[in-house]
Design a protein around this ligand. Structure first.
Ligand code: PMV
Length: 323
């Protein structure tokens, strides 16, 4: 095989029950199981060219060459799995609005796992793709599948992978990202979660509570019980952020405007419009609602915060090979 070109598309996902801490930081084994929704609006397209004439690997993101040691280490691992010696050219385009500041590592490593493994001649199952994507970024484990997905934490490389719970979501769920303008985040998810694991006196309770929430959220989905679904998601997110305040040194991803948006959602609830929120390792607030309420929620937020950008998503698909 002298030349092989493979293109893959992966969508990002937002965790409703968060992964926040690792048992093994080298191969990314999480402390607890997590559960997410893959989104249709944000995705990464990655083209990998395996060419025997290449002298080294290269990586470009949105047309710009980047010397990313994480990506190069990932490619070394795929090469080793494949038993081949050749190099690859990786070209990624992120269809995550650049201003959004939304985590793109999930879609990025899921697309890279799919395209690079195939370009190196491997033919991995989705389970094995999810194990491979996990080594790039924990959240990428879940982006192999569409819809609602669980990451079974496990305790070693073989038993830590994602499983689809409901790939074709027949429930009109929406996720609206409210983009809070802020400076680039100072604490990466990688360092934030490890500080918490190492220093929070409440960490053990977090792990138990997160694991216990997964069967409950699954039941709420099967029952199409939006209130329970929203409450479990919102409470899990707030527990994760509360944990950050109990670390040493303590830290927070909240910006003043994040709190204002969350309060606006609580006010909408009091006014009889159901919506819930979740937040990750950054200041943006993601609002969970049913399709029937999306417009009125967006109108209310636009009126209160005319400068913020709102990006709506529906449930998205799992990994796709293009062409
Ligand atoms: O795997 P990372 O580094 O993208 O970390 C993800 C951490 C959270 O987004 C906060 C939670 C999650 O499960 O996606």
């Amino acid at each position: 095989m002298r030349l092989k070109i493979v293109k893959a598309r992966a969508h990002t996902n937002i965790a409703l029950i968060k992964y926040w801490g690792k048992k093994n930081t080298d191969i990314i084994i999480p402390m607890n199981n997590s559960f997410s929704l893959t989104l249709d609006h944000f995705y990464t397209d990655t083209k990998v060219t395996y060419d025997e004439n290449l002298k080294k690997d290269s990586f470009s993101l949105n047309g710009e060459e980047i010397e990313s040691q994480n990506v190069f280490n990932f490619l070394d691992y795929v090469r080793q799995l494949s038993g081949k010696n050749g190099f690859v050219k990786v070209e990624s385009i992120n269809h995550v609005p650049t201003t959004a500041g939304l985590a793109s590592s999930a879609s990025a490593y899921a697309a890279l796992a799919a395209a690079s493994s195939k370009a190196f001649g491997l033919d991995l199952s989705r389970k094995d793709l999810s194990r491979l994507a996990r080594r790039g970024s924990g959240s990428a484990t879940r982006s192999i599948y569409g819809g609602f997905t669980e990451w079974i934490g496990g305790d070693n490389d073989l038993n830590s992978y994602a499983k689809p719970f409901q790939e074709n979501v027949e429930w009109d769920i929406r996720m609206i990202a409210a983009v809070v303008n802020s400076k680039p985040k100072k604490i990466t998810s990688r360092s934030g979660m490890q500080t918490v694991v190492n220093t929070s006196p409440f960490y053990g309770e977090w792990v138990k509570n997160a694991n216990n929430s997964i069967p409950l959220i699954k039941k709420a989905i099967l029952d199409k019980n939006f209130t329970t679904f929203g409450e479990i998601s919102e409470e899990n997110a707030m527990k994760m952020h509360a944990l950050n305040l109990t670390a040493h040194p303590h830290f927070s991803y909240f910006e003043p405007q994040s709190i204002e948006i969350m309060q606006a959602i609580e006010q909408l609830r009091q006014d009889g419009i159901e919506a819930y929120y979740t937040m990750d390792a950054g200041p943006n607030v993601k609002i969970i609602c049913e399709g029937k309420n999306s417009e009125v929620i967006q109108k209310a937020l636009k009126l209160k915060f005319p400068e913020i950008e709102l990006l709506e998503s529906k449930p998205g698909k799992g990994i796709q090979f293009l062409d």
